[in-house]
Design a protein around this ligand. Sequence first.
Ligand SMILES: [Cu+2]
Length: 145
Amino acid sequence: MPRSLRAASLAALSLTVSLSLAVVSCGGDSNPASPTPTPTPTPTPPTGGGGTATTTITITGTGVTPKDIVVPRGSRVTFVNNDGVGHDMNSDPHPAHTNCPDLNVGFIAGSQSRQTEVLNTARTCGYHDHNQPSNAALQGTIRIE
Ligand SMILES: [Cu+2]
């Protein structure tokens, strides 16, 4: 074996050994200073960009709030109509409402609320007021995670 190749083999071998040692020492070093697990922080509602963590959407004269929400799978979402007039809330697309039929709550009279079916599939569903399908203030998304 040429001298340079032999040196390279040795270097490769020693690299392999030190990598293995690094993996072992890394795996065994799981923060020995804190034996008690860190408490899970309370979820903070505004998640920014990805939608607000809540299961309630409120309708007023200025539209829906919050427009975009995030819910865990298995949730129901409640539409609360605090407007003086009725709103007909349904899944996109208008007028078929077939993307997420579980959230087709239909007509909600003023001062009433309606709850969706249990939302079990992880996906993002757009919704709108069927009586004002082009009113962006009455549109939003529900992201099911
Ligand atoms: Cu519609």
